[in-house]
Design a protein around this ligand. Sequence first.
Ligand code: A3P
Length: 313
Amino acid sequence: TSKFHSLFSATLSNSLDHLPRKKWWGYDVHQWEGFWYLPSNLEAAIAARSHFEACSDDVVLASSMKTGTTWLKALIPSIMNLCGDDDNDPLIQNHPNALIPSFDVQLYKQNPPPDLSTMPFPRLFRTHMPYHVLPESIKSSDCKIVYITRNPKDTFVSLWHFMNTTRTPEQGPFPMLEAFESFCNGVHAYGPFHDHVLGYWKESLKRSQKILFLKYEEMKKEPRAQLKRLASFLERPFVKEEDVDKVLWRCSLDRLKNLEVNKNGVDPWVGMPHSSYFRLGNVGYWNNYFTTKMNERLDQITRIKLEGSGLDL
Ligand code: A3P
């Protein structure tokens, strides 16, 4: 078994035993309210839904896995705390995961969960929970949600690489076709991918002041425009043009990936190496892995799922 096995496969308490169960990358995943979860994330998500109380100036970063969340984990705190010179940039000492705590991979894994009322305001959180199971107070309060998504093919390839980090050299990479089959069937942590995206997309159409819907590809294509859009949404519009470039530089993949804190160490909550969150950051890299058949299959799923939604991925 892999060295990370215990972190991913904490057993569910008996009360959740009745949920449908399947295997994903050799790990148990359980289906709850239409989505698949690793056991410990599921328990935390359920606890978060019951206990979290949102405040109107909270910001919640939401996403599926491997859609560029780490970029936003760096950008959002940088926008919210723009003051400070480069030497005091918290990203120098902290992996982006440490700057925005997660409901489902961190805070609500603890029993009892920490007292969040003592956190400095505005509080920043992140989650992979689908929209419909978010704590009610997040939906009903004025707090803001930033959602980031990405082309499903690049997301899948990124996920395959990330999950391979959990495997020993003896195990070697997980068979790509098996992983692809699972992804297409929606059986993966926080899957089905398209349903996750659609939940936030539909809500963002109804409440554009509440949910900002970002696409990784657009961020890569026009980072300045997208960053300004994000800052305005967070009610922290840039005053100086040079600050736009400063934040983009501070949060750039090249810079973050080469910081000592991100080259070394392991995320204490997930057990993944800090470095595994930074890879190539390319758009269209799926092309190096997909056969024609894989391409057609995922295109067809995307077409069917997104039909009539007005969303293009
Ligand atoms: P690749 O695996 O395609 O390189 P997440 O943060 O949601 O886990 O997504 C990880 C993906 O975002 C990885 O994509 C990673 O390289 C990319 N990424 C991480 N930090 C980034 C940054 N600062 N700017 C752009 N992309 C970044």
